[in-house]
Design a protein around this ligand. Structure first.
Ligand SMILES: Nc1ncnc2c1ncn2[C@@H]1O[C@H](COP(=O)(O)OP(=O)(O)OP(=O)(O)O)[C@@H](O)[C@H]1O
Length: 851
């Protein structure tokens, strides 16, 4: 970037070039051009053009910058060599960033004059007085008049131009000046006027991330604006949408906008493909499931010296919060996120991820990186350029294939070193719940946290030696052990107890003696563990006042004793067998299941299956281990799951965990078989795009989504966990798996597409083939699954984007020898009479796995 330096002694300016990551603080000018009056790059270098009106603007900007103690400043007329097309292209692509990076932006309004307006004001008020005297009236005091310059301000040409939109939105500080160089106010003091003149939302004027406004809304902002060259109106939006576009002057406005829209679409598609989970939604869900976040119960962290050191000391880059089960780490991180989002600089990015071992979508290191990158590029889409280089080449597979971890870790490393990133805060909760590739994640955090000085990290997890070993190697870290802050935690737990007891008192109409007894018992037995309090209060929620004191006294201190008591109660339930199979299923599934899915995996009482109220009632019968939130059933806490698997496995899985996987697999296939058929959502058109598909009110897949995505995982887990017959009938010729593939494969692919789970489908079919290789003595079945794998790999993208393409392009563009093609020939569209000439075999490129 080329900047100007004011040289008062020589009464001139010097151009100095800087690299993007070495930029000094600078001011920037925003103005409208006057034909023939602007000083060009060549003129400035030659020291000519001083008589032009534009020269006065440069001088104004330089003087103003010096007044604000800024040595450097930038003016578009003379800091870009416009005769160099490559430089012009780069300047236009960087312009938004340059304005955003400026410490001050001075808007010079040549058509707003104060001197005259002041005279007019005086003259106006004098004439009122004279008129009043002339009419023998005492002048009536008028409402305070607004300065007359405001009328000119509203009509200023500056508000009608295309480029000035980004000049208004990008910088944090925008100051307005009259023609005489007098300051009129800034973007914040004049916010109301600017909002009324431009129609721009106040949040956008206050510096809110532009990505929160829809594409249509952002296009509306320039509808009435004009640029000298038609195409410029589109090019002036590159920064507003954070996309790159080669400039093609002469292409016309329509083409330029078409290309721009195309680029925006590609960017959105890339971000959409990256999306696995939105950590912002996870945070809301977790807070809700845990009963809501209480500020008074986490506020202690703000005064904690270790936290303050991490917050203020540049060299303390990583804060590692560790503590035992139920000490409140997750809620603490939720609170820290809330506090940071209020206090960090507007240009700083905040990205976080909550690992959860109970959900296979968010229990692995790749998911962590996807979530973190997703949040970063959502806030600053220009960072998506690091994704695009790889994504444009390979597509969605880059986030999902066997090398996804490598690709994603490179992408995140590049993002965090991007000079356009001012600063970022990254938080990862529950490292101990990252079940897949935790060592890789730890190594990544250790390395990256020491590389990027503008990035601050917080990670949390239980006191595991394996985590400690890695994180201890970070030199620039602060460790915050909750057990070493027992006093703060106890005080916070006491606040939490008070809150919970007040809630119980209100709900169950406790008298003051019961209220006090419950409060005292919790205080004595909580032992600094939030979770203990939360679980006991959950148990007390449905206990009447007269019984509450006795019930609360029966709860022993310590989580394990508490779980034991909950388990004893569980064994005494009226419907123990039903509850046991529900609990066993919830403990085995790979993501929390919905009430709709439950009856497809557990034999439920006949009249309950389609009745949410009945299903919720049955879940409540299972005691306090399970919770239902928004029709999703989950285990109350990871520690409860750990306890049950360790201490009650024999009771809950009498036939063993492996058999439970088998049961889920076979029930899944039983559910899927009658559901899967052609065009389950009645889309009709073969090209119906997936992003337009809406779930029908009575969704035929509602009960079988889980089964559809995970049946092969359970099949595989059954084999890996069981010591049973290695060549089980299900995997042999004529077994359930072969029947399913032969009869339902194509409909299953359509269902996977409708469930937006094609990638999981690819991984599953690969898993199935690997399993058959070792576990089956069925060469024909292996051949069929081998073909099915090639089929899904080859047609994944087509079916993923248009579910019914499973019956059109997928069949027609498969080799004639394809077994799947032969099996489903009857599904090919009859009206296509001329068929593409396709070879006999799958292409070599697919065979080598490069597809
Ligand atoms: N600030 C808070 N506001 C409201 N509830 C809280 C707060 N802190 C903790 N809790 C309660 O305590 C319970 C346990 O907290 P949390 O899940 O955050 O613990 P944890 O240390 O992350 O546990 P683990 O590491 O075992 O997963 C929560 O379910 C919630 O009910």
């Amino acid at each position: 970037m080329r900047l100007l330096q004011y040289k008062p002694d020589s009464d001139g300016f010097e151009l100095v070039t800087f690299r993007t990551n070495d930029l000094p603080s600078y001011a920037i000018l925003s103005h409208t051009w006057t034909a023939g009056q602007e000083v060009t790059y060549d003129e400035l270098r030659a020291g000519i053009g001083k008589g032009k009106a534009g020269y006065a603007k440069i001088r104004f900007c330089g003087e103003r910058a010096a007044h604000d103690s800024l040595q450097y400043f930038w003016v578009d007329t003379c800091c870009i060599n416009k005769s160099n097309p490559a430089e012009l292209q780069e300047a236009i692509a960087s312009m938004f960033y340059w304005y955003r990076r400026a410490v001050k932006c001075y808007v010079y309004l040549a058509d707003v004059i104060i001197e005259n307006t002041r005279a007019q004001n005086i003259w106006k008020s004098k004439s009122i007085i004279w008129k009043s005297i002339w009419n023998n009236q005492i002048p009536v005091p008028k409402e305070p008049q607004e300065p007359v310059w405001k009328q000119a301000f509203r009509k200023s040409r500056w508000f009608t131009r295309g480029w000035t939109l980004q000049e208004l939105l990008a910088p944090a500080s925008v100051e307005f000046f009259s023609r005489e160089g007098r300051q009129l106010g800034d973007k914040l003091s004049l916010e109301e006027e600017i909002h009324l003149i431009t129609g721009l939302p106040r949040i956008a004027l206050q510096g809110g991330h532009l990505s929160q406004f829809s594409v249509t809304e952002r296009f509306r902002w320039v509808e009435l604006r004009k640029t000298r060259y038609d195409e410029d109106l589109a090019y002036s939006l590159l920064g507003i949408f954070n996309v790159d576009l080669p400039l093609r002057y002469g292409e016309g406005k329509v083409n330029a906008f078409e290309r721009l829209e195309n680029e925006i679409y590609k960017l959105e598609k890339c971000i959409q493909d990256l999306h696995l989970t939105d950590p912002r939604d996870d945070k809301k869900r977790i807070e809700k499931a845990k009963g809501g976040l209480l500020r008074d119960a986490y506020r202690w962290i703000l005064e904690n010296p270790n936290f303050q050191q991490w917050r203020s000391d540049q060299e303390s880059r990583l804060l590692w919060i560790n503590g035992d089960t139920g000490k409140g780490k997750t809620m603490l991180l939720c609170g820290i996120i809330n506090e940071l989002s209020k206090s960090i600089a507007k240009t700083a990015l905040l990205s976080y991820f909550f690992c959860q071992a109970t959900n296979s979508q968010i229990d692995n290191a790749t998911a962590v990186l996807r979530g973190l990158i997703y949040m970063l590029v959502k806030q600053q889409p220009s960072l998506a350029s690091h994704l695009r280089t790889k994504y444009d080449h390979t597509g969605k597979a880059i986030f999902e294939d066997a090398n996804a971890w490598i690709a994603l870790s490179e992408i995140l490393t590049n993002i965090l070193q991007d000079p356009r990133l001012d600063s970022a805060y990254i938080l990862i909760d529950a490292l101990d719940e990252c079940l897949v590739d935790l060592p890789e994640l730890l190594t990544f955090v250790v390395n990256v946290s020491s590389q990027s000085p503008c990035v601050k990290w917080i990670v949390s997890g239980r006191n595991w030696p394996s985590i400690a070993r890695d994180l201890d190697t970070v030199t620039q870290k602060v460790r915050l052990c909750l057990e070493l802050n027992a006093q703060s935690i106890s005080a916070a737990v006491a606040t939490f107890i008070q809150f919970q007891v007040n809630w119980l008192t209100k709900r169950n109409e406790y008298g003051s003696d019961v209220q006090d007894a419950v409060y005292q018992h919790l205080l004595l037995n909580a032992n600094g563990t939030f979770l203990f309090v939360a679980l006991v209060c959950k148990e007390l929620a449905d206990v009447s006042e007269w019984d509450a004191e006795e019930v609360v006294r029966a709860f022993p201190p310590g989580l394990d004793s508490l779980y034991k008591r909950m388990l004893d109660q569980f064994y005494n339930l009226k419907h123990t067998e039903l509850c046991k199979s529900i609990l066993a299923t919830v403990l085995t599934v790979l993501r929390p299941i919905t009430l709709d899915e439950l009856p497809s995996l557990v034999d439920m009482p006949p009249r309950s299956s389609r009745n949410y109220k009945a299903l919720e009632e049955i879940i409540r019968l299972c005691g306090s281990f399970l919770i239902v939130q928004e029709r999703i059933i989950s285990i109350v806490h990871q520690s409860a799951k750990d306890y049950l698997l360790k201490e009650a496995s024999d009771e809950i899985f009498p036939a063993g965990l492996a058999e439970m996987h088998y049961s889920i697999m076979s029930k899944s296939l039983r559910t899927l078989s009658p559901t899967l058929q052609r065009d389950m959502y009645s889309l009709r058109a073969l090209g119906y795009p997936i992003d337009k598909v809406k779930k029908p009110e009575s969704d035929p897949l509602a009960k079988s989504r889980y089964a559809c995505v995970f049946w092969i995982d359970h099949l595989s887990d059954w084999f890996t966990k069981s010591g049973a017959d290695p060549y089980h009938g299900d995997l042999q010729a004529g077994g359930t798996v072969e029947v399913f593939i032969k009869e339902k494969y194509l409909y299953w692919l359509e269902a996977l597409s409708l469930c937006k789970s094609m990638s999981e489908g690819v991984v599953s079919v690969e898993k199935l083939e690997a399993l058959l290789k070792v576990r089956a003595d069925a060469p024909e079945l292996l051949k069929l699954v081998h073909d099915a794998r090639r089929f899904i790999l080859y047609h994944k993208v087509a079916i993923e984007n248009n579910p019914l393409q499973a019956y059109a392009s997928a069949l027609m563009f498969s080799p004639t020898s394809s077994l799947i093609r032969k099996l489903f020939r009857h599904e090919e569209p009859a009206w296509i009479t001329i068929r593409p000439a396709i070879g006999d075999e799958w292409s070599a490129c697919l065979a080598t796995g490069k597809f």
